[in-house]
Design a protein around this ligand. Structure first.
Ligand SMILES: N[C@@H](CCC(=O)N[C@@H](CS)C(=O)NCC(=O)O)C(=O)O
Length: 404
């Protein structure tokens, strides 16, 4: 069997898609038939060379070193270095101590707002427990969480009270745990200007990243201006951090978006934030931050940051019929409510057309739903020329599955 065909069949089996029916199964059947000269497909088991979960566990155990076992034990007991895997952190508190703080955070540990609070807890060595809550792209949240908090992460329970919004949480933690303060003697008033600069940076970064094609260089110029201002703010102190030699709340407020800006602007715009010629003090700040174990533990890699944040361009509402010069750029999905999204550019402007994927009955098939969409939005789903129909069918399948 040709390698490509067998790889495809194995991937289909592993993901369970081929077994689930639909177009992948049909594609797998036709590939089997093609690869065996039209003969009946071989039994599926013969294609399955993947090890069992038990065999994988044994292989993993055999490769796990004593140090790794010891580290996992420490982490389970709330000790050891900071890590995304910890569900309990006790620091200097005795075994069995019940922390005053519970941090509700995203399970994948990439939410930027959770990162700031997480670093603050680590820097101040405040004992805490972790509860992991799905971000909506990974699944649903517990009903109580939606009702009592509004559903955004992070949330902190402090002495029984729920607190939402990362900045509010950080100030509440500063008030409740005054020792090891991360605020300067002047308190919040002394950092207001830098907080405002941080907001400008967030706006300039996202503004540039999400600018639709053909909007000129304004986004880049604004971002460069704000970054130069930040470099100047860092140059005016000595020691690498925003307030000098000591890490403060200001660094934590800046860290998540600066880290993400460095990765995403490099990937999508070819722009370097860590450019030692142009922004030497910003580079010094990154180096100072990377000296902190709390930052190292919460830092992510460039690929993840570029991929977890595809720049959704600012879109205009699409007219009912696409203009004659439209060029589709992406076919995507939009959850809550389920919608199939066609994104396109026309005359240098970006548009998005959303099509509701309604389940008219419990046995609605992807094919039936897609045919319905083609009836209603024919001009946008002009598959023969502009888009791939099999891609659309797969997206509809996913939407139906996620809504089930
Ligand atoms: N202003 C809020 C923003 C929080 C926020 O937008 N969190 C995102 C995660 S990065 C969220 O929970 N989104 C809902 C979800 O994806 O489930 C804060 O600073 O905490």
């Amino acid at each position: 069997m040709p390698r490509l065909v067998s790889t495809f069949l194995m991937m289909s089996r592993v993901s369970g898609l081929a077994a689930g029916g639909g177009f992948l199964r049909k594609a797998a059947d036709s590939l089997r038939a093609a690869s065996s000269g039209g003969a009946p497909p071989p039994p599926a088991l013969k294609l399955d060379g993947a090890p069992s979960w038990d065999a994988l566990q044994q292989a993993l155990d055999a490769q796990t070193s004593k140090e790794e076992v010891e580290l996992a034990k420490q982490v389970a007991e709330g000790r050891g270095p900071p890590t995304a895997k910890a569900n309990l952190r006790l620091f200097d508190a005795p075994d069995g101590y019940e922390p005053r703080v519970t941090l509700y955070r995203d399970g994948a540990s990439w939410c930027p707002y959770c990162q700031k609070v997480w670093m603050q807890l680590e820097e101040k060595r405040i004992p805490y427990k972790v509860e992991r809550i799905n971000m909506r792209c990974y699944g649903s949240k517990p009903a109580w969480f939606e009702q009592e908090t509004g559903g955004l992460l992070p949330v902190v329970r402090l002495d029984g009270d729920l607190i939402t919004d990362s900045v509010q949480i950080m100030f509440a933690l500063e008030r409740a745990f005054e020792e090891e303060s991360l605020l300067p003697p002047g308190g919040i008033d002394a950092i207001r200007d830098l907080m405002s600069l941080e907001s400008q940076h967030a706006g300039a970064w996202l503004g540039w990243l999400r600018a639709p094609p053909g909007t000129g260089g304004a986004g880049k110029a604004t971002y460069e201006r704000v970054l130069t201002q930040m470099d100047g703010a860092l140059a005016s102190t000595s020691g690498g951090f925003f307030l000098g030699e000591e890490l403060s709340l200001v660094d934590l407020l800046f860290c998540s978006f600066l880290e993400r800006a460095e990765a995403s602007l490099l990937y999508y715009k070819g722009f370097r934030v860590r450019d030692v010629e142009k922004y030497p003090h910003v580079c010094g700040w990154f180096a100072a931050m990377e000296g902190r174990p709390s930052f190292r533990a919460s830092q992510s890699d460039y690929y993840t940051h570029a991929m977890d944040l595809p720049p959704p361009p600012t879109m205009d509402e699409a007219p009912d019929t696409p203009p004659s010069d439209w060029q589709p750029t992406r076919l995507g999905i939009s959850y809550r409510p389920c919608r199939l999204a066609v994104e396109y550019v026309s005359a240098g402007k970006a548009f998005r057309k959303l099509m509701p994927v309604a389940r008219s009955s419990s046995d609605a098939t992807p094919e039936g739903v897609l045919s319905g969409l083609e009836n209603d939005f024919g001009a946008y789903l002009d598959f023969d020329e502009k888009l791939s129909r099999s891609q659309a069918l797969r997206l509809v399948e996913m939407l139906l599955a996620s809504a089930a």
